[in-house]
Design a protein around this ligand. Structure first.
Ligand SMILES: Cc1cc2nc3c(=O)[nH]c(=O)nc-3n(C[C@H](O)[C@H](O)[C@H](O)COP(=O)(O)OP(=O)(O)OC[C@H]3O[C@@H](n4cnc5c(N)ncnc54)[C@H](O)[C@@H]3O)c2cc1C
Length: 397
């Protein structure tokens, strides 16, 4: 019998495995992938240490997140530029890194192994059942099917996994709260590495924005996300068509990207809804599985790592009789709950403005300069002039 079984070895599951094993628990962790961290379903953007503290000032479980090897940093960026539908740039200073995300995930998993966690790749967990007083997980792997017993499970298996419901926790169903995304890595692009760039406009990315994240040496991660209700009913265009259109036709972006050639294409799902209930019977949700993503910008790596560390520590306390598992939800809410709630509210405000390019252009013109800094730092509270303006507009629509 294992103390903890973790499903998923992205940043959330790997951190939970490390933290639980470090706390003295017997841990087994599964990922269906053949290689940890691959394919890279990520823009690989991380705030630098000091900017990160501006977004999540109350985070205490940050030592692991802050200690990744510096050689995993590909480049440093110093600003964010948001382009209006007409191509007007609004920028702000904001220090970030583009990291080697596959290396980052592998590093976390190696730490978990170092603490004694039993890590199993190519292992798909397809069923979880509560039997008597523990969970039984069914796994299929190249060696065949088998099961393991565990007292507690951690689901860190991404957004919209059917496993959530097997431990009695709801999964996300609202199509406005789940964004299918596509990203190409391009080689041979002509971009500076100073800024990460976001592009709005319903012609290119209805209801959200496209991104260009430079990777250095002429490489860039270029992607976009479009939620299902935003895909026009009278067109058969999918995400790939929109991304190609953005790369080839956007008046500003295409000049930088037109010579680029795709060397990889990935899809994914980014949860952009409010945080879910994360504690069930002897079960916790971590990372994307818990909607622990800052919805306004689609960033979830830092919160997955912090949440994972908290989960491991709380499970150890729970199994030794010193705490209830609900402590997990209390702690993550204290440490980064505010940023998740604020990010969700900002995303809802953006939803109002993206109803029309004219509205978005007007909103950026009135408030872009004033509020860019708060937007990138997830600090736009309902009391600001911008948010009051948006709620007035929303009432008229
Ligand atoms: C295209 C894209 C770009 C992004 N860019 C950024 C960015 O620049 N910065 C940022 O902070 N965030 C970004 N995000 C979000 C970020 O990648 C996620 O928030 C983060 O990976 C969450 O970590 P996680 O551990 O919760 O889940 P994941 O990293 O998704 O890991 C889940 C793991 O669970 C495994 N799994 C799933 N089901 C099972 C099963 N049944 N059995 C076994 N294993 C299973 C999967 O194989 C996977 O390895 C981006 C997301 C996408 C899709």
């Amino acid at each position: 019998m294992f103390d903890v079984a973790v499903v998923g070895l992205g940043p959330g599951g790997a951190s939970a495995s490390y933290s639980a094993a470090k706390s003295g628990l017997k841990v087994v962790a599964f990922d269906k992938r053949r290689e940890v961290g691959v394919p890279i379903q990520c823009g690989e953007y991380m705030p630098q240490e000091h900017t990160f503290k501006e977004i999540i000032p109350n985070a205490r479980h940050i030592d692991l997140l802050m200690s990744y090897p510096r050689e995993l940093i590909r480049i440093k960026t110093s600003g964010v530029v948001l382009y209006s539908p007409k191509g007007r740039p609004y920028s702000d200073k904001f220090d970030g890194y583009i990291i080697d995300r596959a290396g980052f995930d592998k590093w976390l998993v190696s730490l978990a192994i170092g603490e004694g966690a039993d890590i199993r790749i190519e292992s798909n967990v397809y069923e979880i059942k509560w039997i008597d007083d523990h969970y039984v997980l069914s796994i299929s792997s190249p060696e065949g099917k088998y099961s393991v017993d565990a007292r507690v499970v951690v689901l860190a298996c991404g957004a919209a996994s059917p496993l959530n419901e097997m431990v009695g926790l709801e999964r996300e169903r609202d199509e406005y709260n789940l964004s299918p995304v596509i990203q190409m890595q391009l080689a041979g692009v002509d971009i500076d590495t100073e800024n990460v760039e976001l592009y709005t406009g319903n012609k290119y990315c209805p209801g959200a924005y496209a991104w260009i994240f430079p990777r250095g040496d002429g490489f860039a991660n270029v992607g976009l996300g479009i939620r299902k209700p935003y895909l026009p009913k009278d067109s058969d265009w999918g995400l790939r068509d929109y991304l190609k259109h953005f790369i080839k036709k956007h008046p500003v972006a295409s000049k930088k990207l037109e010579n680029g050639k795709p060397i990889s294409v990935v899809g994914g799902l980014v949860p952009v809804g409010p945080p879910l209930k994360t504690v069930g019977r002897n079960a916790l949700l971590v990372g994307d599985a818990a909607n622990h993503v800052i919805a306004s910008v689609g960033a979830g790596v830092p919160t997955a790592v912090i949440g994972g560390v908290i989960a491991g520590e709380v499970i150890a306390k729970y199994l030794s009789g010193d705490a209830d598992l609900s402590l997990y939800e209390k702690m993550w809410r204290e440490e980064f709950g505010d940023a998740l709630e604020a990010g969700y509210k900002i995303r809802q405000a953006i939803d109002v403005l993206t109803r029309s390019d004219t509205l978005l252009e007007q909103g950026l013109k009135l408030f872009g300069k004033e509020h860019m800094s708060e937007f990138v730092r997830t600090k736009l509270s309902p009391g600001t002039r911008f948010m009051s303006w948006v709620s007035r507009i929303a009432k008229t629509l």
